[in-house]
Each structure stands twice: as C-alpha cells, then as structure tokens.
Write a protein that binds this ligand. Structure first.
Ligand SMILES: *Cc1c(COP(=O)(O)O)cnc(C)c1O
Length: 377
C-alpha cells in the first residue's frame, strides 16, 4: 500500500536547495579567498548576528555544545558549581555543563510551554548554584523576565540555550539578549543552519567577549599570540559563516512561514475529532517553532501508523529524559513528573516550510485520523 502523504520529518537539503544559487556563489568566493578559518565571513556574521539578536558581541565557535561550554568557562564556572537547567532537552545542554566540571541540576518543566517551570526555580538554588541555563525548547521563549528577576535576586549568571530559538521573542526582545551570555547552534536542522557544525556565543559584556575570543583559540589574548590561559580550539570556519551570511537575512521571513504553518496545525488539530486525545503546547506568538510536537497516549503505535500508512515522518525528541539516562541519573532536584510524561508522549511532526508547503491540511487530517484509530474511546 502506498502511503497517502509523503512528508519527511525534516530536510535540510531542501532548504539549501531553495537558496542554492546564492550559497554556491558564496562558497566559490570563499574558495578563492586567502582565508578559511576566522576570516572576513566570520567577522561579518558576528557583527550581523549580534545586531540581529540585540546584543553587543557575538563570538563564532565550532558547535552549539561548545558555545554553551565556553560561555560557562568564560564565567569561570567549573568543579563544585551547580547549574540549574531542565532534563527535557538535548543531551548537549547537560554535557556542556558536565564538560566544565560543573553539575547539572534539573527542575521540572511547565506542561503547557514544555520549558523550565520558573515557579520551581528559586527552590532549586543552593549555595553551590553558579548559573541558570534556561532552554527555549522547540523555539518557545522561556519567561526571561521571571528568570532574570530570580537570577538578579541571587546574583547568579544566566546562560540561555538558544540552540532552537534563533529570532524567538519575549516581551518584544529576542531571546539571547536577556542572559549574561547566550549560546546558539547552527547545526543543519536548526532554524538557522549551515552545512556542517557551527555555533556562537552572544553577550553584551565586553570582558566576557574578550575572554571568549581567547578561549576559542588556545587562550591567545594578544596579537602576539600569548596564551594567558590554556584555552581551546573551537572556531567557526569561513564556508559555514558564508552560508550563514546568505541565510541570516532570510531568517525573519522564514520564521513567518514556520509560524503560519504552526498556527494552521495548532488550530486544525485542536478543533479536530481527535482534539481531546492530543496535547499541544501553548501557541506563543514569540515562538519560532523549531519543532511542532504533539503529546499523545499510545505514541509508538501512532508513530508507526503515521509512517507506514500515511507516509509522515516523525521524530522523538527527547526520550528518555536526561535524568532517566545513566550519565545524569543523579541530577534531578525533585520529581520531574511533567518532564517524564512529555518525554513518553511527545512526537515531533514535520514543520519545516520546504517540507510541509501547502500540505498543512493533509497533515492535520492524517494525524487526526491516526490518533483516532489508535485511541478508540
Ligand atoms: C542542537 C542543540 C544543542 C547543541 O548544538 P550542537 O551544535 O549540535 O552542538 C544544544 N542545546 C539544544 C537545546 C539543542 O537543540
């Protein structure tokens, strides 16, 4: 039987194809240039991206994980320190903390936003807490007003994990402009993605930006290349930065397309006959909808039918939750009931504009049909 709809969960190559001519020209220019690492493309991107986010400085690095870890290192966070974050996130969030020698401390998420439940934040702060790391999961902006108020009250640094939230807004300001520092990833499937690994740290603190520039290149602080501390090697290359320079000016219109698709799916599913069996996240106008995840009972059966019968690709992000994995089994501060329920129930549907296109209503009908069939009541 041929599946009814043919939609992959995501397709970075369709996005590249859309901007292919401009990308080809940029790659050709880099190939003929004198510089392949930390050159003019990187500088142009750093300036443009800092300004886009609404911060003073941007430092390009090799990956989003490095961006998180180097942000913590720039703050001097390490052994003996705790960083409060969530367990419902990519492994990278916690591995960046652990890589610095610090300990992730997980609090539960709000079932409606699927992000850090800010009401649980104060209770998780101990004398060892050094920073808070909110994750704008699926592109949904965390309530940064509440996070910054608590951080200020306890004199804590905030490192925003913006790997899924390029351009997302809270109270009219872009995420990444609230925290002491913020980390971005440009992994190919992210809303702003290159064709390899890439990342950046954004901050408005000049001293932290200077230290980050040293940390990403062997600790060199001066033009004479003198290492004042051991540092690292974590650099953004010219090819990736060139592609990001092509895609950054397209990001806002790209986000508008994602928002329109997310609104259609949200409305369609909540009013469908399967609406009672599907839990949706709050539709926040500031979200950039990196993923569109539904939470359903009977998830595995539903995924199987969506794939085999309807031809709809789905993904599971993130199950088991991090505190349910051996590396982070000791990191939960409390019972993480909402996290565990969502980890067991969420399915990420296709949301990428080049994939869904004008087939939103087909997607909605197929999902509603399968959820009804798998949960007869
Ligand atoms: C992708 C991602 C990262 C890590 O980015 P990489 O570039 O893959 O290292 C960190 N945090 C979250 C929430 C992510 O989704």
């Amino acid at each position: 039987m041929t599946p009814r709809v043919q939609l992959p969960q995501a397709s970075p190559s369709l996005r590249i194809a859309r901007y292919r001519a401009a990308i080809d020209a940029r790659i050709a220019a880099v190939l003929s240039s004198q510089s392949y690492i930390l050159g003019p493309e990187v500088e142009q991107f750093e300036t443009a991206f800092a300004s886009y986010i609404g911060a003073q400085h941007c430092v390009g690095v090799a990956t989003g994980t490095d961006a998180l870890a180097l942000a913590l290192r720039a703050l001097g966070i390490g052994r003996g320190d705790e960083v409060v974050t969530v367990s419902l996130t990519a492994a990278a969030t916690a591995s960046a903390i652990a890589q610095c020698g610090a300990e992730p401390r997980f609090i539960d998420v709000d079932p409606h936003t699927r992000c850090m439940d800010v009401n649980r934040l104060s209770a998780a702060i101990t004398p060892r807490t050094a920073a808070i790391m909110p994750v704008h999961l699926h592109g949904h902006p965390v309530d940064m007003t509440a996070v910054m108020e608590i951080a200020d009250r306890h004199a804590l640094a905030v490192v925003e994990d913006c790997a899924q939230a390029h351009g997302a807004q809270h109270n009219g300001h872009r995420v990444g402009s609230f925290g002491t520092l913020a980390a971005f990833s440009f992994y190919p499937t992210k809303n702003l993605g290159c064709i390899g690994d890439g990342g950046a740290v954004v901050t408005s603190d000049a001293a932290l930006a200077t230290r980050l520039r040293a940390l990403r290149a062997y600790g060199w602080q001066t033009a004479e290349r003198i290492s004042t501390e051991p540092g690292w090697n974590s650099r953004l290359d010219e090819l990736q930065a060139g592609i990001l320079n092509v895609l950054l000016p397209e990001l806002d219109s790209y986000t508008s397309e994602r928002r329109a698709i997310a609104r259609t799916i949200h409305q369609g599913l909540s009013t469908s006959p399967a609406g009672d069996d599907i839990e949706l996240a709050t539709l926040d106008p500031g979200s950039v909808h990196h993923q569109f995840a539904i939470a359903v009972p009977n998830r595995d059966l539903i995924r199987q039918h969506l794939g085999k019968v309807e031809g709809i690709g789905t993904a599971i992000h993130y199950c088991p939750a991090l505190h349910q994995q051996p590396a982070y089994a000791a990191c939960a501060t409390d019972e993480l009931a909402n996290t565990e329920l969502l980890a067991a129930r969420m399915i990420s549907l296709p949301i990428q504009p080049e994939v869904v296109g004008d087939r939103g209503s087909q997607l909605i009908e197929a999902v509603a049909r399968v959820v009804r069939a798998c949960n007869p009541s």
